[in-house]
Design a protein around this ligand. Structure first.
Ligand code: ADP
Length: 637
């Protein structure tokens, strides 16, 4: 029998498969099983109109078996089969669908980048990643004779006519010998095959059957001393359907309760906690797909299993095509887990294509809208649960607001909540709605905790007027407000840095005049304090506290703290421009002023330093030289 040559491009692909160092070789089984399933689809469809087929729906099956001695894995189906011509056409050249795209990619990159192999439905050829010879025995429905197709790789293939009783196809893969890099023999293990079927082909519509060994007890016929029958164990072989066939998300909503979905999620993702949101989508129209998505109850839920990012698995008609697909939704929803199944997705999808695929984009947008809707519902109906969600995932939402110059800020802003007291959080919308008429801006204060933020001296005046203050407790919060710019036309006002807007023009003028009158005194304080602050002025914000630290320019003390943890010394040395404000109504001020006026410069200098340090402390900044501070205070005794 003469050997026939593969077409040039097929040869190149085959070469790649044969010499593949790609780590994800295991997808070969998925590809071969998918072909078997498609072949059964075809015959099953035919059987609807052609009684001669003689098979009913329940007769169709895919058998997977391994022979360790012969080192073969066989996948057998009773589908439509192939004629001689078809075997040559279909197996001898690169198939039209999946592999075509693969070839294009290979041609365009020119690089022998093997990592792309697994991203494509490379179909039948993938068998050559694990096998050094593949034999296909097949007989097409309606034909008298069968066909044997065989190839040991790139040097060509043979086809011949054979006698074959059964309709359908058997693909026999002769597994490569083990090498230092790869133990190919492990694919011959029943447990391994079973695991691969579960992983990739669990929702193939037709039963995938394996013969598995099981130990069972039986009566030996003898009796024990007490007269009971003597038992022993033996190993029996038994056929078992490995795949669960109908995916839970494909079933009608009326058939499957939300609790069923949650139970499925917990089992599949090894999570003991209930998810905090569930989204079920059955979309029909320009893009049809079904989705079952979850927001895990806790972020670390299944970190142990290495699933932190991109928890969405893509299926096409029940065949898994991509795990951890991180391109379907934006990073701000990267905590969403679950499945998306669409007949419109082809197996030849790659991560790169995913981003550009119009249908996928539509799907992703729709999914994001639904997830957001579900979260808003949770916010309305179960606030404590939403707050828990936000504790876990708020940072993703906040990063999303800041990402790409605020491109997604309007989509995400309603999901943000901020503390306004230690036991109360508000959305920005709620804040604005609750604003008294006299209030013009949204006040916020930054510190490392809600308590500290609210105890900033600058908050006193704001709170006395009955205005709420948003407490920003993480470094990213200020950037979030900056990105948002405003809420319903109300701008944000940092109680520490900005003009609180309470003073009239006259009051401002009077204050300026007061600073000018006190210039000599204020200059003295500034000089005493040194470079720690860039300016000293009399405050209009303070009530009970003697002093406070304000910053000028864009950089706040909170940002400074953030930069202090930065990677480079330049970053760590970034300092906000500090202004020391003194409360002229406070007795501490009176004491300082008295010392200055009486000419006791040493005491006045010491009191100035102490007030500067106190202002730092109130602002939550660290005192750079605690020993100096202690000496200054000790001076007072
Ligand atoms: P694809 O499935 O993407 O078309 P493949 O390389 O996997 O590409 O398969 C090539 C073709 O070979 C299939 O389209 C099908 O016509 C035929 N084929 C493969 N396996 C079988 C099978 N088990 N039964 C019938 N035809 C098959």
């Amino acid at each position: 029998m003469s050997k026939k040559q593969f077409k040039a491009e097929s040869k190149r692909l085959l070469d790649l498969m044969i010499n593949s160092i790609y780590t994800n070789k295991e997808i070969f089984l998925r590809e071969i099983i998918s072909n078997a399933s498609d072949a059964i689809d075809k015959l099953c469809y035919l059987s609807l109109t052609d009684e001669q087929v003689g098979l009913s729906r329940s007769d169709f099956r895919i058998d997977v078996s391994a022979d360790k001695d012969a080192r073969t894995i066989t996948v057998k189906d009773n589908g439509i089969g192939m004629s001689m011509q078809e075997a040559e056409n279909n197996l001898g050249v690169i198939a039209k669908s999946g592999s075509g795209a693969f070839k294009e990619e290979m041609d365009s990159t020119k690089a022998e980048d093997l990592s792309i192999i697994g991203q494509f439905g490379v179909g039948f050829y993938s068998a050559f990643m694990v096998a050094d010879k593949v034999t296909v025995l097949t007989r097409k429905y309606g034909e008298e004779k069968g066909v044997k197709w065989e190839s040991s790789g790139a040097d060509g293939y043979t086809v011949s006519e054979i006698d074959r009783d059964q309709i359908g196809t058997e693909v026999i893969m002769h597994i490569k010998p083990d090498s230092d890099e790869e133990i190919y023999g492990s694919f011959l293990e029943t447990w391994k095959l079973r695991a691969l079927i579960k992983k990739y082909s669990d929702y193939v519509r037709w039963p995938i059957i394996m013969e598995v060994e099981r130990s069972e007890s039986y009566e030996t016929g003898e009796k024990n001393d007490d007269g009971s029958p003597k038992m022993a164990y033996r190993t029996v072989k038994q056929e078992e359907t490995i795949n669960s066939m109908i995916p839970i998300w494909q079933r009608a909503k009326s058939e499957v309760t939300d609790d069923d979905c949650i139970a499925w999620y917990k089992e599949k993702h090894h999570d003991v906690k209930d998810p905090c949101a569930l989204v079920r989508i059955n979309a029909e129209g320009t893009v049809s797909y079904k989705a079952m998505l979850f927001v895990p109850g806790e972020e670390h839920g299944s970190q142990f299993y290495g699933e932190t990012k991109g928890g969405i698995t893509l299926y096409s008609n029940g065949v898994m095509i991509m795990e951890n697909c991180d391109k379907l939704v934006h990073d701000y929803f990267e905590f969403v887990k679950g499945v998306v199944d669409s007949p419109d997705l082809s197996l030849n999808i790659s991560r790169e294509l995913l981003q550009h695929d119009r249908q996928l984009r539509i799907m992703g947008q729709n999914i994001e809208k639904r997830v957001k809707g579900e979260l808003e519902k949770l916010m309305k109906e179960d606030r404590p649960k939403y707050e828990e969600f936000f504790r876990n995932y708020g940072v993703h939402i906040k990063c999303g607001v800041c990402d790409e110059y605020g491109r997604y800020k309007d989509f995400l802003r309603d999901l943000l909540i901020f503390y306004t007291s230690e036991d109360h959080q508000m959305t920005l919308k709620e804040y604005v709605e609750a604003m008294p008429e006299s209030q013009k801006v949204i006040y916020y204060a930054s510190s490392d905790s809600v308590k500290h933020a609210l105890s900033l001296p600058q908050c006193e005046d704001v709170r006395r007027r009955g205005y709420e203050i948003l407490c920003l407790t993480t470094p990213i919060d200020e950037m979030v407000l900056e990105a948002l710019h405003d809420q319903d036309g109300k701008s944000f006002c940092n109680v520490v840095t900005d003009d609180l807007g309470f003073d009239t023009e006259e009051e401002k003028k009077a204050a300026e005049e007061r600073d000018i009158e006190n210039k000599e005194f204020l200059d003295f304080v500034k000089e005493s304090v040194g470079d720690a602050v860039s300016k000293v002025r009399l405050s209009r914000k303070l009530a009970s506290q003697p002093c406070c630290l304000t910053t000028e320019g864009g950089l706040t003390l909170e940002m400074e703290k953030y930069f202090r943890r930065g990677p480079s010394p330049e970053m760590r040395n970034i300092r906000a421009t500090r202004i020391l404000e003194l409360n002229p109504e406070h007795k501490a001020f009176a004491a300082l002023k008295a010392a200055f006026d009486s000419g006791d410069k040493d005491r006045a200098k010491n009191l100035s330093l102490i007030l500067a340090r106190l202002a730092e402390l109130l602002a939550g900044a660290e005192i750079e030289d605690p020993a100096a501070f202690v000496s200054e205070v000790a001076e007072l005794f």
